[in-house]
Write a protein that binds this ligand. Structure first.
Ligand code: AMP
Ligand code: GLY
Length: 425
């Protein structure tokens, strides 16, 4: 088989790496991919936006399966186009991807189908939003309806912050059309987890849970990012809680999307808050998480390609998992998530232990063939261990070998997994 992975980040590198191991697969392509993926995929110089060129490439090469990594092409209807062309694709159609693309839509589906989530209201009118704020008080969460590159959520601790966020979105259109509507949401407290599932219609195959670290700096300080590190499993969350989330959130959501006439095929990612009242939805994504995928896929013993094919054929495949935990730390270019420094040479990558996992994202090669930073998150370094603390020690030990003046990383990834037990696996 020939498999095409669309995207260019660490998530896509992990996908290429995993797909490459399938005995069913002869060749893996990444479009456009990144220089670090060359060890497991052939790079195709077509971007995520060039839908027609991607389809022509897939037809010409006889691609048997395409996996779309990022949300933007899904929301632009790329999976629809592949299906219309008779090509096998793993990723939701545009209308199903709206579960990520419109928070107002996602909340409406959850309300209608009684899927546990924070209380909320949706506003387009500034005065009405202000009146609601005055009634509810702080803390409260202000969210832009559409995609805002991970910056559209303000967890307002005070009324001043909340009012400011609403003003910036509804009056000043800080995120353009994406904030023509805002969702005002109850503030929830608890442990956050990312729970992904492979979904086809009503069939839901949960993956192992992970925990992401969204803030840029240690101690959960600084701006929200795409994710600065992750680990899997999440030992401080009981397996019954995960089971409950599958039964009360993932399965009902897949079913609801079928009932709404928007059947979902692909990865349904639930960002969950484990509250006193059980797991509740913070957000849905319509794709693999980044960096969660980089720590979840290496733990999967089953052949991902075989699992996806069997799911697409209407079966309900089982997935077996490695007992060991995995932890990954993201190294990002200085300045991330804002304006980034670029072009800094990454020294020491060749000295890393063969035991660790290096997934490239924002890197490229210079004329001398050395990896340099290319902006944003540069790479994720991950390792497995009997416990999360053990994996953590390995990762930080190896990261110390990477010398580069243009990157930074958090030092506290995985500290919440205090006990370090992976017994739940
Ligand atoms: P999102 O982009 O929707 O994942 O939100 C970014 C972050 O904001 C989440 O990872 C949470 O830490 C936080 N957040 C979002 N919604 C809520 C909520 N209703 N209550 C508390 N924190 C939230
Ligand atoms: N790591 C969060 C996300 O993929 O959206």
């Amino acid at each position: 088989m020939k498999v095409l992975i669309i995207g260019r980040g660490g998530r896509e590198h992990a996908l290429c790496w995993k797909v490459r191991q399938s005995p069913l697969v002869a060749k893996v392509y990444a479009a456009p991919g990144n220089a670090g993926m060359e060890d497991c995929a052939s790079l195709v110089p077509i971007t995520e936006k060039e839908h027609q060129a991607l389809i022509e490439f897939a037809q010409r090469e006889g691609i048997d399966l395409t996996i779309i990594g990022p949300e933007a092409p899904l929301l632009d209807g790329l999976a629809d186009r592949f299906r219309e062309a008779g090509l096998r694709v793993f990723g939701p159609n545009k209308t199903a991807a709206e579960i990520e693309g419109s928070k107002a839509f996602a909340k409406a589906v959850m309300k209608k189908h009684r899927i546990p989530t924070a209380d909320y209201a949706v506003f387009t009118d500034y005065e009405e939003a202000m009146a609601y704020l005055a009634e509810k008080g702080a803390p409260i969460v202000v969210k832009a309806d559409g995609l805002a590159a991970g910056k559209g959520v303000v967890v307002a601790q005070t009324m001043t912050e909340a009012k400011e966020a609403v003003r910036e979105m509804l009056l000043n259109r800080k995120f353009g059309e994406a904030c023509a509507k805002v969702v005002l949401e109850e503030f929830m407290t608890g442990e956050e987890i990312s729970l992904m599932a492979l979904v086809h219609g009503e069939t839901v195959i949960p993956l192992e849970p992970a925990q992401d670290h969204k803030r840029a700096y240690d101690g959960d300080k600084g701006p929200n990012t795409g994710g600065m590190g992750a680990y899997s499993p999440v030992p401080q969350i009981q397996p019954e809680v995960i089971q409950k989330a599958v039964e009360t959130i993932l399965k009902p959501t897949a079913k609801a999307l079928v009932q709404e006439g928007r059947p979902f095929t692909g990865v349904l990612y639930a960002g969950l808050m484990v509250t006193q009242g059980g797991p509740k939805v913070i957000e849905f994504n319509a794709r693999f998480g980044d960096p969660e995928t980089q720590v979840v896929l290496p733990r999967m013993q089953s052949d991902l390609v075989e699992v996806i094919l069997s799911l697409l054929e209407g079966k309900k495949p089982n997935i077996s998992w490695d007992d060991e935990g995995m932890l990954g730390v993201v190294a990002a270019a200085k300045g991330y998530p804002g304006e980034c420094e670029k072009g800094a040479t990454l020294y020491g990558l060749n000295e890393l232990s063969p035991e660790v996992f290096l997934f490239h994202a924002g890197t490229c090669k210079n004329a001398a063939g050395q990896f340099i930073t290319a902006g944003g998150r540069a790479f994720l370094l991950g390792a497995k261990g009997k416990t999360i603390p053990e994996a953590r020690e390995k990762v930080y030990g190896e990261l110390a070998k990477v010398k580069c003046s243009g990157i930074f990383y958090r030092r506290d990834i995985g500290l919440r997994a205090l006990t370090g037990s992976t017994e739940q696996v």
